[in-house]
Design a protein around this ligand. Structure first.
Ligand SMILES: [Mg+2]
Length: 116
């Protein structure tokens, strides 16, 4: 049962961190001019208006995203380490840390940012 929780925790960290990182890359990849153009062409579209509002105050939103991404990655990893030691023993802390580091960099940072 503990192992199921462990796996779900790892998946939850990767998915939430990936969503946050993908959003960051997506927001940065749209130019302000393009966001303005989309909002002008779709004045009643809430998504278009929201995008322009975010681009208007981009620093604040990027800061929030970066803080959120780091909280998920750091606090999540510490929690995974603690649970991992309880399941596999202290000897495997290095392996759990290395595996999680690789998984987070690959699937919660690089790949979502490419798609974003
Ligand atoms: Mg991330």
């Amino acid at each position: 049962m503990e192992i199921v929780f462990f796996i779900l925790l790892v998946v939850a960290i990767i998915v939430t961190s990936a969503i946050v990182s993908g959003s960051e890359a997506a927001l940065l990849s749209v130019s302000y001019t393009k966001a303005k153009e989309i909002a002008r062409e779709n004045p009643k579209d809430l998504k278009a208006i929201s995008l322009l509002k975010i681009k208007d105050d981009l620093q604040k939103y990027i800061a929030t995203i970066v803080v959120l991404n780091n909280i998920i990655n750091i606090v999540g990893s510490i929690y995974v380490g603690v649970i991992g030691v309880q399941i596999f023993g202290e000897v495997y802390l290095g392996i759990v840390s290395a595996a999680l580091t690789f998984l987070i960099i690959m699937f919660a940072e690089i790949i979502p940012k490419i798609f974003g």
